[in-house]
Design a protein around this ligand. Structure first.
Ligand SMILES: Cc1cc2nc3c(=O)[nH]c(=O)nc-3n(C[C@H](O)[C@H](O)[C@H](O)COP(=O)(O)OP(=O)(O)OC[C@H]3O[C@@H](n4cnc5c(N)ncnc54)[C@H](O)[C@@H]3O)c2cc1C
Length: 395
């Protein structure tokens, strides 16, 4: 009989894992708590290991076709005056070759797996217990079922992780909250992303998309407990209050926040879990090792973790051996990705108007022709960096 695996979470790690498990002959079911795919969020880059895995899955071309069309980044002040420009070709640009909206990647992964994997939406685990041979779960609709293994790919706040592990992981809070929102395109928007620092530790980032709308993120300094456990409407009000009077395009953003039904709002914390499995349950992606959007490694980690976990399950004699090998192969990479450069994120979120002015001046210097040339000497070398993590060909 085929081994059955339940995966929870249909974002990036979950469907990637399901794809490879299905390739290796497992029977996979995915449950997603939301009533449909969650397609919000901004651009993500498919580079490094994520690009290699996308190629092996045969989806690289589709990803390329969904390019966000972003041509580079403009660093602006609150008067919308450009302080520095980093075109896509610049070694310092955050715009990458394979730039795609997070939601588009989620949809591509779903479309690529939906024929072979059973997806169930609006469902999550409320109870579970493990026996010698299986994991018995009760779902939110009251039904019970048994699976050979359970893998949680539920993101940073995973509830199944809480149910399965005796202790929650350490959350290393980086002192920031972030909100993502899709907004109407305005006359000031173009194919350039715009980054704007405002006083009181706020960064606005507005980016073009390939749907005629605009993606905005608002990231700001806050105490960890300040915005915890808020309802959706409370999150909206708190966000409006926090950015009110910050200048630039704040009024536009406030109007959009008032209207939106699609706001992602969370703390920026790294997840540091001592163990990634407990008996027959394992965790993958942000649920196990979120590095935060600041590290720019979420997609790489989610896809390579899923790829390696599925591969190890396909070759090991027991699930215990597979979970052990998954940790051994992934942990050094996770640790590397979670290391942030000194002063990051603190330096980028100045509180005072003077601090913002100094930062803008510095960026303008870096963005000048001699500055870019000088830094490009070093960054150019990084472009030829060796493969970040070994991705064995399992079968
Ligand atoms: C709506 C949204 C927008 C995002 N936008 C950005 C962005 O703009 N930039 C960026 O860098 N990162 C963004 N992220 C985070 C990014 O997707 C992750 O850092 C990374 O891709 C790792 O993905 P993951 O699959 O491990 O987890 P996530 O992407 O966090 O996905 C977890 C999935 O699990 C589901 N889920 C949660 N709890 C349960 C449960 N109990 N049972 C079943 N399903 C559950 C969630 O609804 C979600 O679909 C966003 C995440 C989400 C959910």
């Amino acid at each position: 009989m085929k081994k059955t695996i339940l995966v929870t979470g249909a974002s990036i790690a979950g469907p990637t894992l399901a794809y490879w498990l299905n390739q290796y002959g497992f029977t996979v079911t995915i449950v997603e708590r939301a009533p449909e795919l969650r397609l919000g969020g901004q651009n993500i880059d498919v580079k490094g290991p994520a690009k290699i895995i996308a190629e092996r899955m045969g989806i690289e071309k589709i990803i390329r076709e969904k390019n966000t069309t972003e041509t580079g980044l403009r660093w602006v002040n609150t008067k919308n005056e450009t302080q520095a420009e980093f075109p896509k070709e610049s070694a310092l640009s955050m715009t990458q070759e394979l730039e795609i909206l997070r939601g588009d990647l989620v949809k591509i992964l779903y479309d690529h797996t939906k024929r072979d994997v059973e997806y169930r939406f609006n469902e999550y685990i409320t109870k579970l217990n493990q026996s010698e041979t299986c994991v018995n779960v009760t779902f939110s609709n009251g039904k019970t079922e048994s699976f050979n293994l359970l893998i949680a790919a539920e993101g940073i706040g995973s509830y199944t992780r809480k149910l399965s592990f005796p202790k929650e992981p350490n959350f290393k809070y980086l002192g920031l909250y972030t909100a993502y929102i899709t907004i109407k395109k305005a006359i000031t928007d173009s194919s350039w992303a715009r980054w704007c620092n405002a006083k009181n530790g706020i960064v606005f980032l507005i980016r073009p998309d390939n749907y005629g709308t605009t993606r905005a993120s608002i990231t700001f300094t806050a105490k960890e407990e300040e915005y915890k456990n808020l309802s959706f409407e409370e999150q909206k009000s708190a966000l409006i209050e926090r950015i009110q009077g910050s200048g630039w395009e704040t009024e536009r953003l406030i109007e959009e926040i008032k209207e939106t039904k699609d706001l992602y709002f969370d703390r920026i914390s790294q997840v540091k879990a001592a163990k990634w499995s407990e008996g027959r349950v394992a965790i993958v992606g942000d649920a196990a090792y979120c590095a935060t959007p600041i590290a720019g490694k979420g997609t790489d980690l989610a896809m390579s973790g899923a790829y390696i976990l599925a591969g190890e399950l396909s070759v090991a004699n027991t699930y215990q051996e597979a979970f052990k090998a998954y940790e051994e192969k992934m942990r050094p990479y996770v640790e590397k990705c979670q290391q942030l450069p000194p002063g990051i994120p603190g330096l980028v979120y100045p509180k005072s108007k003077i601090g913002v002015g100094i930062l803008n001046g510095l960026v303008s210097l870096i963005g000048s022709k001699p500055g870019q040339k000088f830094i490009g000497l070093f960054a150019g070398k990084q472009k030829e960096a060796p493969q970040e993590i070994d991705l064995p060909t399992y079968r």
